[in-house]
Design a protein around this ligand. Structure first.
Ligand SMILES: *Cc1c(COP(=O)(O)O)cnc(C)c1O
Length: 386
């Protein structure tokens, strides 16, 4: 049986996951679970999703071998180019899946949370494509930091609400989005942006990102005649990582999920409950959830998807972390040696590869390039004196 079989009926991956939500949210989660189970078993739903991924999102994404950087590091480095998807990252895979499911359920409105704005933009895009309404909750601090993405969402016809509670960042936006969902569940679907939250989200979002791993495995066999020795991805909530890991979890490939040093939930290995799930999360000595801090807003999440906690606990995947300084170097390195500007999130994965290169000599390394760096260029102008 695959290590990534379905979770238990209660949505558990080992001791992680579950559905820790108020009574009022239970029926909504149950309705969503039933609808997803039914749709995912229906070939016509799969065909509809495949079609929109191909003709709108631009799948399949290609593999690019980095011959110059690989030679420099002493290994064979290939990138899975999720940065080439429409809207610039892997996020569109999940959002199109959920939006089509919502439509099938008869919902007319999407609710979403966003931190840096990337998931909000993807949700607004899917809503525009499918003729749905969309409201995005975003911490007031992030609204200020990410003015360009706020404008993008509005341009796409979505409403953006600044959240002023708590620390006014992503974790507060998730709480507000859940509150909206409870109040409007007849007409609305909560389009959650990563493999986190209450069951069925971690499982459902993984299934929507499985396409990354399926393509990557077939492409790897074609390119190397084998699976890669190492598969590397950055981890915020963990959706792009779980997507590519899913293709190799039952193979011999070493799986590496790279967290920011300021948001290293897995390596601390302290389980807790947040946003409806039990998982490893950053908390202080009193069990209060701590703020994550990273140069990339997309990885500023104090928790991690429960399946990553599980894969770590059984030793199937490893979760090192890298510093902002290493990330900035990796960001420049890929731009200069290969002509590809990575998202700062994705640069975390490369930063680990650079650090680990001495022990990876001669190996084949596949990195998920989860997104493009256009969105980060203005921020890096303040950091790099070129
Ligand atoms: C949002 C985002 C991430 C982090 O989310 P995961 O769920 O951990 O994948 C990583 N890379 C990019 C480019 C993103 O936009």
């Amino acid at each position: 049986m695959s290590l990534m079989a379905e979770p238990s009926a209660s949505g558990r991956f080992g001791e992680f996951g579950g559905r820790f939500v108020p009574e009022t949210l239970v029926p909504a989660c149950q309705e969503l679970e039933a609808a997803f189970v039914e749709a995912w078993a229906d070939p016509s739903f799969r065909a509809e999703l495949d079609d929109v991924l191909r003709t709108y999102a631009g799948r399949p994404s290609i593999l690019t071998e980095c011959t110059q950087l690989g030679a420099k590091l002493g290994l064979r480095l290939v990138l899975k180019r999720e940065d080439l998807n429409h809207t610039g990252s892997h996020k569109i895979n999940n959002v199109l899946g959920q939006a089509l499911l919502a439509k099938r359920m008869g919902k007319k409105r999407l609710v979403a949370e966003t931190g840096a704005g990337q998931h909000g933009v993807a949700s607004a895009t899917a809503a525009a494509l499918l003729g749905m309404e969309c409201k995005v909750y975003m911490g007031a601090v992030d609204v200020e930091r990410q003015a360009l993405n706020v404008f993008r969402m509005k341009l796409l016809g979505s409403e953006v609400e600044a959240v002023h509670s708590g620390s006014r960042t992503l974790k507060d936006a998730v709480n507000e989005a859940m509150r909206d969902w409870v109040a409007t569940v007849e007409t609305s679907h909560y389009c959650l942006g990563s493999v986190m939250g209450p069951h069925p989200y971690p499982w459902m979002v993984r299934e929507f990102h499985r396409v990354i791993g399926q393509e990557a495995r077939a492409q790897s066999i074609e390119m190397f005649g084998d699976v890669p020795d190492v598969v590397v991805a950055c981890v915020g909530g963990g959706s792009n990582a779980i997507g590519i890991f899913s293709g190799f979890v039952d193979d011999r490939s070493r799986l590496v999920g790279v967290e920011p040093a300021g948001g290293a939930a897995v390596s601390r290995a302290q389980p807790g409950v947040v946003h409806g799930m039990r998982s490893y999360l950053m908390q202080d000595e009193y069990g209060q959830v701590q703020e994550a801090h990273s140069i990339s807003a997309g990885l500023d999440y104090p928790g991690v998807g429960p399946e990553h906690s599980y894969l770590s606990s059984i030793g199937r995947a490893e979760y090192p972390n890298v510093t902002d300084a290493e990330v900035i170097k990796a960001f420049q390195l890929l731009a200069r040696t290969e002509g590809i500007i990575p998202a700062l999130e994705s640069a975390h994965a490369l930063a680990w590869i650079v650090r680990a290169a001495p022990e990876l000599q001669g190996q084949t390394v596949m990195m998920n390039l989860s997104g493009r760096g256009d969105k980060d260029v203005a921020q890096m102008m303040d950091v790099l004196a070129l």
